[in-house]
Design a binder for this molecule. Structure first.
Ligand code: URP
Ligand code: ZN
Ligand code: ZN
Length: 461
């Protein structure tokens, strides 16, 4: 048996000093354990012991229409374990005209044999028809119990009537429907207006995607959910206005799960200005392209509203929306037209440290556990197999050393990108030991040899 000794276990009930013993990928015993000569002992003195962190929103090895993400499952999961994440839920995405089965097969093939952390898949439905509808049952059988629909991006979005049908069908199996809530047609028009005004650069990106376009979409999706009698899951919530729509729907009695991301809790829209806002609008300063993601970074008042919502327990999970593109070869595709800048940013490696650092003074360890592990596990139909330190749970364990100070640097990261939105930020705390299915996969920010990730079939029934 492997035993982690002397650590402080983080559980929903609080922190407790206990040892944890595991073997064959499962947690076997929790308590005061006396190792024998056959046991392998890991000392966690001064550290917190968490259920492995779960990132429920990643995009690896995906073509977003303009480019392939820089991270595939090899580099993406290597980065994940290095930062303390032991399981991801990635978005398998249906190609229009193709089946869900094909999409799932592609993502399975991409992940199998190369993933250093565990992986599960949401299914993004982009083509709703009778065949797709019939395939939902197959997806549920394959362990896919969360889906995503888009209200933005012309190659991905569904019409409202289709969204309603998806919601109704998923509700039959208590599967959860996530939604990219932005009003796509409105955004396309606002983008054209920016281009016509000569604003071809990154600073035009947030102007063309105002918070109102998110709030309107959250409102619409919530009402569609009500009409369908289905719970809804708002992914990557970014704005105060959007949050207010989540609250309004909840007040009406609607079940709304809300996810936000570190970028919306830490960064703001001043990043789009680069060194000179006017130049960034005209595309002469291109630094802001690093932050071109959708929804965009928002005003400091939005950041504050979302942080307050995190503190108030209104956010169910903090995930990354990791969707990485290199700055030197990929973001530059939109040098002359911000609409062509591949949307997305890296984060899979740094989410735990960012959250632990940014919320250290204001959230307890169990609260951080709820946002980074337990909450995602519950919402994604993995609890208590994952997201819990319990006898019988999977031995996905992150030992967190709160004393380590380090600095985020692109040159040191595992993510396959030439920048990070968090360059130069000082971090307090690091994943000292990361166990995936009972195997030590990373130590202090460095991956170890070994591919231990497995597919996680899930159910919300
Ligand atoms: O800009 C982003 N977030 N790209 C990833 C796709 C998505 O909308 O989640
Ligand atoms: Zn999205
Ligand atoms: Zn996403």
């Amino acid at each position: 048996m492997k035993i982690i000794k002397n650590g402080i276990l983080v559980t929903p009930e609080g922190e407790k000093k206990a040892d944890i013993g595991f073997d064959l990928g499962k947690i076997l015993r929790i308590g005061e354990l006396k190792p024998t000569e056959y046991d392998e002992v890991y000392d966690a003195t001064g550290c917190y012991v968490f259920p492995g962190f779960i990132d429920q929103h990643t995009h690896l090895q995906m073509n977003t229409g303009t480019a392939w993400t820089a991270d595939d499952f090899e580099s993406g999961t290597r980065a994940a374990v290095s930062g303390g994440t032991t399981c991801i839920v990635d978005f398998a995405t249906q190609d229009r005209g193709d089946t869900l089965k094909t999409a799932l097969g592609t993502w399975m093939k991409n992940a199998e044999g190369v993933s250093r952390c565990n992986y599960a898949f949401h299914m993004a439905v982009t083509d709703w028809n009778e065949e797709t509808k019939a395939e939902i049952e197959d997806m549920i059988e394959e362990g896919v119990c969360s889906f995503k629909v888009y209200m933005a991006y012309d190659n991905l979005r569904l019409e409202d009537a289709e969204l309603l049908k998806v919601l109704k069908r998923l509700a039959q199996d208590n599967a959860i429907c996530g939604c990219h809530c932005e009003n796509g047609p409105l955004i396309s028009d606002l983008q054209k207006a920016e281009i016509a005004a000569g604003h071809t650069g990154p600073a035009a990106h947030p102007i063309s995607r105002p918070a109102e376009a998110e709030a309107e979409a959250v409102n619409r999706f919530a009402y569609l959910g009500e009409l369908a009698g289905a719970p809804i899951y708002v992914v990557h919530l970014s704005s105060k206005l959007g949050l207010e729509e989540v609250r309004a729907a909840r007040r009406r009695g609607q079940t709304v799960y809300a996810e936000t991301c570190p970028q919306y809790l830490i960064l703001d829209d001043s990043r789009y200005d680069g060194a000179d806002r006017e130049k960034s609008l005209r595309g002469e300063d291109f630094e802001g392209a690093k932050y071109v993601m959708s929804p965009p970074l928002r005003k400091p008042s939005d950041v504050k509203a979302l942080r307050d919502a995190v503190l108030a327990g209104e956010i169910d999970a903090v995930a990354t929306d990791h969707c990485s593109f290199r700055f030197d070869t990929q973001k530059v595709l939109g040098r002359d037209d911000f609409r062509k800048i591949p949307n997305g940013a890296p984060g899979i490696e740094h989410r735990p440290a960012l959250m632990m650092t940014s919320f250290a003074e204001i959230l307890s360890m169990p609260e951080l556990n709820r946002l980074l592990s337990e909450g995602p596990a519950r919402l994604m139909g993995m609890y208590p197999r994952k997201g819990a330190l319990m006898e019988g749970s999977d031995a996905d364990i992150t030992v967190w050393d709160p004393e380590v100070k380090w600095t985020i640097r692109a040159e040191k990261q595992q993510q396959n990108v030439d920048y990070t939105p968090y360059e130069g930020m000082e971090m307090q705390g690091q994943a000292a030991m990361v166990f995936v299915n009972g195997n030590l996969a990373a130590q202090y920010g460095r991956p170890l040899d070994g591919i231990y990730g497995c597919y996680v079939a899930r159910s919300r029934k």
